[in-house]
Write a protein that binds this ligand. Structure first.
Ligand code: S3P
Length: 434
């Protein structure tokens, strides 16, 4: 575990190209693994989480090779997985742990065990086991709830599943299983969650029907994933730079070529409402590479401005879920109170992020309070600084570093190495903006 000290900084200026989108990369590897013709994935995220997904599709029989800048995956087809002969290790990757059972549950005559690190073993998988079991799947989480989980492939049938909480991971798992199930499968969402799976399935020739809050797919024989796919930059990684520019006086940071799919841009909308200045278009028309990838991108420019507190309501949570800890950080620098509600899902992320963000902000001189479904931060005009621990959570590690840049005395982060889960070049990019 590495401890890193980040000292306060004057204005941050420059341009940064954040790493590739983690959610899109996971899905690109999985869907390429489910196809039969080779897929060239450009700008695949080279980070711990998404390397776990490449290793998983390889263990299932796909061929994965690097070709210059690209990752080329030759998949095994929808029903052609091989028995990996050992447990599949998802590492820290919750998305892989939740999506993969959707594919594996229908691999008749084969059995799989999915396991991961200590954090993964604390994160619930019953949320995917319940709908899959309704589809006829044989899936057995440990103690009915947690990894390791055993999946035995059997024939599935379609269902209509009303998601109890908005979760793109659960939605995606059920839709993937739906491609292999008899009849039609519909997922009903309480709030729109990220729709990368639906966009990619459409690109792969699957008739995905969206009607209001319902998404429907049917059984197919083959996926025709595009021969080339370009992953956009990750808005969740970009958010650290937008937060940094917003709270370090005099800053101006350009985030280049960032994914701005509307189901992911909640943080930018919240920041703008707090008085933040973020110039750039959200969800512009697709052009160039984006037509082939189905994901819109923009250059976004964030400039320092005084912030005021805000209330983030439950309906805003899915589009900002991974950035809500940063909303708490902004709250320390804003005038008045910042309240996040309806975000109980934060408690089952890579760490309990309600507890983690409140503990970290208070350790650094902030005034934060946990609630059952979120937190309240009272703006104090800044942060003193001090020492905090990432708890092995990549997003908490990077939040600590951004807090350090804007603090009075600097911040020491224990476990900064966790950033490699989604953003291995984070400290390098930070050094370039100083
Ligand atoms: C993800 C969806 C979100 C998010 C996670 C990645 C995805 O989780 O927090 O980091 O790639 O589908 P939920 O869908 O469970 O909210």
């Amino acid at each position: 575990m590495t401890t890193v000290r980040i000292d306060p900084q004057g204005p941050l200026a420059g341009a940064v190209a954040p790493p590739a989108d983690k959610s899109v990369s996971h899905r690109a590897a999985l869907l390429a693994g489910m196809s039969t013709r080779p897929v060239r994935i450009l700008n695949y995220l080279d980070a711990a989480d998404t390397n776990s997904t490449l290793a998983a599709v390889e263990a299932l029989g796909a061929e994965v090779r690097r070709d210059g800048e690209a990752i080329v995956v030759r998949g095994v087809g929808l029903r052609g997985t091989r028995d990996p002969g050992r447990p599949i290790d998802v590492g820290n990757a919750g998305t892989l742990m939740r999506l993969l059972p959707g594919w594996l549950a229908a691999q008749e005559g084969r059995s799989f065990v999915l396991d991961g690190d200590a954090s993964i073993r604390r994160r619930p998988v019953d949320r995917v086991a319940v709908p899959l079991a309704e589809m006829g799947a044989q899936i057995a989480p440990t103690d009915g709830r947690f990894p390791p989980v055993t999946v035995t492939g059997v024939p599935l049938h379609g269902i209509t599943y009303v998601l109890p909480v908005a979760s793109a991971q659960v939605k995606s798992c059920v839709l993937l299983a739906g491609l292999l199930a008899e009849g039609e499968t519909t997922v009903v969402e309480p709030e729109p969650s990220r729709d990368h799976t639906e966009r990619m399935l459409t690109l792969a020739g699957v008739p995905v029907r969206r009607s209001g809050d319902r998404v429907t797919v049917g059984r197919i024989d083959e996926l025709a994933f595009p021969e080339q796919f370009v992953v956009p930059a990750d808005p969740s990684s970009a958010a650290f730079w937008q937060a940094a520019a917003a709270i370090v006086p005099g800053s101006r940071i350009v985030v280049e070529h960032c994914g701005v799919n509307r189901t992911r841009t909640g943080f930018i909308e919240i920041l703008r409402r707090m008085g933040g200045v973020v110039d750039g278009e959200l969800e512009p028309a697709l052009a160039g590479d984006e037509i082939a990838s189905g994901e819109p991108v923009s250059d976004l420019v964030t400039t320092h401005a005084p912030l005021r507190g805000t209330i983030v309501e439950a309906h805003e949570v899915p589009a900002a879920i991974d950035e809500l800890p940063l909303v708490g950080l902004l709250g320390c620098f804003a005038e008045g109170e910042t309240i996040v509600r309806g975000a109980q899902e934060l408690r089952v992320k890579e760490s309990d992020r309600v507890t983690a963000v409140v503990t970290a902000l208070n350790a650094l001189g902030g005034d934060a309070e946990a609630t059952p479904d979120g937190f309240i931060v009272r703006g104090t005009g800044g942060l003193r600084g001090g020492r905090m621990a990432s708890g092995g959570d990549h997003r908490m590690a990077m939040l600590g570093a951004i807090a350090g840049l804007a603090s009075r005395d600097g911040v020491e982060i224990d476990g900064m190495d966790a950033a490699a889960v989604s953003y291995p070049g984070f400290l390098h990019d930070l050094a370039r903006l100083r």
